[in-house]
Design a binder for this molecule. Structure first.
Ligand SMILES: [Zn+2]
Length: 487
């Protein structure tokens, strides 16, 4: 991308210097590059300038053409609605950052910066977020993934790559894609969420020489995916494989990819969400000749479910003191807590297990999506005054949820954790406090946010990065959670 920008700039500068009579913006148009500011970041765009047609008739969107990013056509839906779709309404709530589009009984909501959308009020993970795109000629508009919007509203959507045009019609297309594809093939996903039950079973044959030990399966719940790793390069086998049981209600896509560095073939199985917005999890059974994956809701598979949330991540380091990033401290504790709980038979899901940044709303949403009993977020505190020190646990008075079939509330969690942590760590008691953090308030399950210690306090920071402190803190949090289950 850098090279493109530099090349484009050099060409523009040369043209401007050598041929001062040439209009620079006209030259830029000819080479099909424009300057855009996308979500606050300036870039040179050299992709398609997409057109739009509705029921066979082209709609003039020349001033705000469709931009294509990562093979997704982003459309100024507001303009399309105004010009061509009288039965569709478009509204933007600036305070909430919410874009809502409705047609009859169908509605779709986006939140700026979030890949979680709400279809008829129910949430779903989509991998795409609205983009705010500003051209030189305007003050900026929201662009939304066209296929997602139009298919949710009950239209058919296709991309005509010759005409570079989004083709939308008043008929619905259905179709499911189950072939296995080699790495790099982007699948055209026309699948709509299913109504009702989504449990089911997928059966896959395994290559002859493969034994159960050569196969491992992991859930990537946050993205509705399951990874099946099979030792060796098995792509030729999987390419020719016919899937006998397609598990129509559960599986959206299966892709295969050989990872040479690990010598494994990874099948990425993208799963469906059900009409309640819960994602599917799996139970697996591996024999030497085949693999059976049973999909179901989390609560149908696991008795006790806890969401562990390590605060911050990636570009958001949290508080930074004495060369220590809070995000790293949070993750170390969370992983230790998870290990202890897993040994005790509790199913643990992590909002992040590495150095990535997950939007706060998406973290908060995990609890409800996975039918969890509780949500525990771990942070470390900071203050302008280096003297300040101690431990506090926060919950929201606006989160009235109780654990499924149980008696655990956010308040009970906060009180238990605060008492236990103060006693075990010997830190200053900064009390249980109530505050509407996103992860405490907008959570469908009881939720707390723990501020373990002050990294801005030199002594407490030094103590907080020791193995002794971390192990003790993690053991205490895990023990408190187990205690809550017994209450
Ligand atoms: Zn924090």
């Amino acid at each position: 991308m850098k090279r493109t920008i530099i090349t484009a700039m050099v060409i523009l500068c040369l043209l401007a210097a050598v041929l001062p009579s040439i209009n620079v913006s006209a030259a830029a148009k000819e080479t099909k590059t424009v300057r855009l500011v996308v979500d606050g970041t300036a870039l040179i765009y050299d992709g398609s300038f997409g057109k739009f047609s509705f029921n066979g008739k082209e709609v003039n969107i020349k001033k705000t053409p469709t931009f294509v990013f990562d093979d997704t056509a982003y459309i100024n839906i507001k303009k399309i609605v105004l010009k061509a779709l009288p039965d569709v309404t478009y509204s933007f709530n600036k305070k909430l950052g919410r874009i809502r589009i409705t047609r009859g009984d169908c509605s779709i909501e986006f939140y700026t910066g979030s890949p979680i959308i709400y279809k008829n009020g129910k949430a779903e993970y989509t991998r795409v977020a609205p983009k705010f795109i500003k051209q030189d000629s305007d003050s900026g508009n929201y662009y939304l993934p066209g296929r997602l919007v139009f298919e949710t509203l009950g239209y058919s959507y296709s991309w005509d790559s010759d005409k570079k045009m989004s083709v939308v019609k008043e008929t619905t297309a259905t179709g499911r894609i189950y072939e296995l594809h080699r790495s790099g093939v982007v699948l055209d996903n026309k699948v709509k969420p299913v109504e009702g039950s989504v449990s089911g079973t997928l059966k896959l044959d395994l290559p002859e020489a493969v034994t159960a030990q050569d196969v491992s399966i992991t859930d990537d719940v946050y993205k509705n995916r399951i990874f099946v790793s099979v030792r060796g390069d098995q792509t030729a086998f999987f390419e020719s494989l016919k899937i006998k049981n397609k598990c129509e209600n559960c599986v959206l896509q299966i892709r295969d990819e050989y990872r040479i560095e690990d010598d494994v073939t990874v099948l990425t199985i993208t799963t469906q969400t059900d009409s309640d917005g819960l994602c599917l999890l799996h139970k697996d059974e591996i024999t030497s000749s085949n693999l059976t994956i049973t999909f179901n809701r989390a609560s149908d598979i696991y008795d006790n479910i806890v969401i562990l949330d390590a605060g911050h991540g990636d570009s958001d380091p949290g508080t930074q003191n004495f060369g220590i990033d809070e995000k790293d401290c949070n993750l170390i504790i969370i992983k230790l807590v998870g290990k202890i709980l897993e040994k005790e038979g509790i199913k643990v899901f992590y909002s992040r297990y590495d150095d990535t940044l997950i939007p706060l709303r998406d973290r908060a949403y995990l609890g409800g999506r996975l039918d969890a009993d509780m949500f525990v977020s771990v942070h470390h505190n900071a203050n302008n005054s280096p003297e300040k020190n101690g431990t506090s646990v926060y919950y929201s008075l606006n989160n009235p949820n109780v654990s499924r079939g149980g008696t655990i509330t956010s308040e009970l969690m906060a009180v238990t954790l605060q008492e236990d942590l103060i006693a075990a760590l010997g830190t200053n008691d900064m009390n249980v406090l109530t505050i509407d953090f996103t992860v405490t308030k907008f959570n469908n399950v009881p939720s707390v946010l723990i501020e373990l210690s002050y990294l801005s306090n030199p002594e407490e920071c030094a103590m907080s990065v020791t193995d002794e402190f971390r192990v003790k803190a993690a053991q205490t949090i895990a023990q408190s959670i187990l205690k809550l289950y017994q209450k």
